[in-house]
Design a protein around this ligand. Structure first.
Ligand SMILES: [Zn+2]
Length: 466
C-alpha cells in the first residue's frame, strides 16, 4: 500500500503479529454470537469470555457488565497517565442472524479464507473491525513505550438487537465510561484508496397515520358522493407534506437544521452521481430536494418518506368500496439539530391541520430511531483520524455523512459528553447483514495502522518521534 514513511514502525508492528492476528480473528468468527436469537445465548456469552481473556492478556483491566441481555465487555488501560487524554473505542461482538442460510457459499461460522478475503458472518460487521482494534491495542500496550493515551474499550453484545443492556449500563456506569474522545469503529468508507471520515449519522422519527371515515366499509354506489373517502383524505394529506421542489412543507421542519460549513461541503465524498446511481440501482435520483446535490440529499439533509400506504381494495379485479379506514407509515431521517420528538409533534400537528372535515385522524404508532449525531470536523480526534487515513493512503482525506441512523451512537455521546468520531474500513461489497459476508486482510492491516496511528497522534507522538 502507498504510505508515508513514518508508518513503517506500525507496519512492522502489524507484520510481526499478523499470523497471530489471523488466527485470533478466525477464532473470534467461530463464535455464533447472534444476539437476537435465544438459542445462541451460550455462544454470545462464550464470545464475551473469550474477549475478556484476550484483553486481560493485552494488559487491560476487564469487566463484564452483566444485566438483562448480553454482557458489555468493558476494558481499560490507563497507564499513559492523567496528563494524557482518554479515548473510548466502541465496537460490538454480536452479529446478525444468518438466514437465508442456503445463499451462503461457505458455512457462516466456519470462516474460509480466499486470497485476501475472509468469509464468515461478522467478518466485517463488526468482528473484523473490532479485531484490528484489539490487535492494535495489544501490540501497542506490549511495545516499549506502551499505549500513548489512556484507552477504554466498550464492546457491545447487543448492537444488532437494540443495545438494551448497554443503555441500562450507561445510566449506572457513567464515571467508568467517561472519556475525552470517542471513536465508533463500526462504519466504513466508499473508496479504499480515497478514505473519508464519517462525520455523522442521521436520526429517525416515524409515525403511523390512520384516517377513519366510517365504522365499516361502504358501498361506493350508495355512499359515493356523500361521504369523505378516507383514501382521498389520506392522499391529499400526504401530497401536502412535500412540494414540487422536494422541500418538506411541515411548518418548522427545517428550523433547527444546521447547514454544513462550506469547508466540509467542498470535501464531501462525491464519487457517485445520478448516472452511476441509476446504473447501480435502476432508479432515477430525482426524489430529493432540487436545491441540493444528490450526495447531500442522501446524508446532510433531512427527509420525509411514506414507507407504506394502505386502505380499501387493491387486489385482482374490482371491489367498489369506500374503505372505513386508510393508513400510512411515515418516517423522517433527521440531521443536527433536529429533535425526533419535536419533529414528530410538528408532523402530527400539521397532519391534523390538513385533515378534511368528515374524517378523523389518529396516530396509533410512533417509533424513535434515535437522535442525529454530527462530529465537529475541527475536533482533535476527527483531525487525528483524517491524518492517519491520509498517511496510509497518500491522498488528502475527505468526509462523508451516513444516511442511516445508529441510535446507540447518540446515547453514547449523551452519556459520555465526549467528542465523537465515526470511522472504519468497512465497504459496501462486504455484504454486511447479508449472505457471504467478507472482510479483506489488507483492510485489516490498514485498520490496525489507522487505530495505532490515531492513538499516537492523540497522544502527541509526532512524526519525528515515531
Ligand atoms: Zn455493526
Amino acid at each position: 500500500m502507498p504510505q508515508h514513511s513514518n508508518l513503517s514502525h506500525l507496519t512492522r508492528l502489524y507484520e510481526t503479529a499478523s499470523d497471530q492476528i489471523l488466527e485470533d480473528y478466525l477464532t473470534f468468527l467461530r463464535f455464533q454470537s447472534i444476539s437476537s436469537e435465544s438459542e445462541f445465548s451460550p455462544q454470545v456469552n462464550d464470545c464475551a469470555l473469550w474477549l475478556k481473556q484476550y484483553l486481560e492478556e493485552s494488559q487491560f483491566q476487564v469487566e463484564l457488565w452483566e444485566g438483562e441481555g448480553f454482557p458489555v465487555v468493558f476494558a481499560r488501560n490507563m497507564e499513559a497517565g492523567p496528563e494524557k487524554p482518554t479515548i473510548l473505542l466502541y465496537g460490538h461482538y454480536d452479529v446478525q442472524p444468518v438466514d437465508p442460510l442456503e445463499l451462503w457459499e461457505t458455512p457462516p461460522f466456519d470462516p474460509v479464507r480466499k486470497g485476501d478475503l475472509v468469509y464468515a458472518r461478522g467478518a466485517q460487521d463488526n468482528k473484523g473491525q473490532a479485531m484490528y482494534v484489539i490487535a492494535a491495542l495489544r501490540a501497542m500496550a506490549a511495545s516499549p513505550g506502551g499505549l500513548p493515551v489512556n484507552v477504554k474499550l466498550c464492546l457491545d453484545g447487543e448492537e444488532e438487537s437494540g443495545s438494551l443492556n448497554l443503555k441500562e449500563q450507561l445510566k449506572i456506569k457513567s464515571s467508568d465510561i467517561s472519556a475525552d474522545y470517542m471513536a465508533i469503529v463500526d462504519l466504513g468508507l466508499f473508496d479504499e484508496n480515497n478514505p473519508t471520515v464519517s462525520l455523522g449519522v442521521r436520526g429517525l422519527s416515524a409515525v403511523t397515520v390512520e384516517i377513519t371515515g366510517s365504522d365499516t366499509d361502504l358501498h361506493s354506489g350508495v355512499h359515493g358522493g356523500i361521504v369523505y373517502n378516507p383514501n382521498h383524505a389520506l392522499v391529499e394529506i400526504m401530497a401536502g407534506l412535500r412540494d414540487k421542489s422536494g422541500r418538506i412543507t411541515v411548518p418548522g421542519f427545517y428550523d433547527d437544521v444546521v447547514e454544513l460549513p462550506d469547508e466540509i461541503r467542498s470535501k464531501l465524498w462525491s464519487g457517485i452521481d445520478a448516472e452511476i446511481y441509476e446504473q447501480a440501482f435502476g432508479a432515477k435520483a430525482t426524489g430529493g430536494e432540487k436545491a441540493y446535490p444528490m450526495t447531500e440529499s442522501a446524508s446532510t439533509r433531512p427527509t420525509l418518506e411514506i414507507n407504506g400506504i394502505g386502505g380499501g381494495y387493491a387486489g385482482d379485479g374490482f371491489k367498489t368500496v369506500i374503505p372505513a379506514k386508510s393508513v400510512a407509515k411515515i418516517s423522517c431521517r433527521l440531521v443536527p439539530n433536529q429533535d425526533p420528538d419535536k419533529i414528530r409533534q410538528l408532523l402530527i400537528d400539521y397532519i391534523r391541520e390538513l385533515t378534511p372535515d368528515g374524517v378523523t385522524v389518529d396516530f396509533p404508532g410512533t417509533n424513535d430511531g434515535g437522535k442525529p449525531v454530527r462530529s465537529d470536523y475541527q475536533s482533535k480526534i476527527v483531525k487525528a483520524v483524517a491524518q492517519a487515513y491520509s498517511e496510509i493512503s497518500g491522498v488528502e482525506t475527505g468526509y462523508h455523512l451516513e444516511g442511516a441512523s445508529v441510535p446507540i451512537i447518540a446515547e453514547l455521546v449523551d452519556a459520555m459528553g465526549a467528542e465523537p468520531v465515526m470511522m472504519g474500513w468497512g465497504m459496501i461489497g462486504d455484504n454486511m447483514h447479508a449472505p457471504n459476508e467478507s472482510f479483506s486482510l489488507q483492510r485489516m492491516k490498514k485498520g490496525f495502522i489507522t487505530i495505532a496511528r490515531m492513538l499516537e497522534i492523540m497522544g502527541g507522538v509526532n512524526d519525528s518521534e515515531a
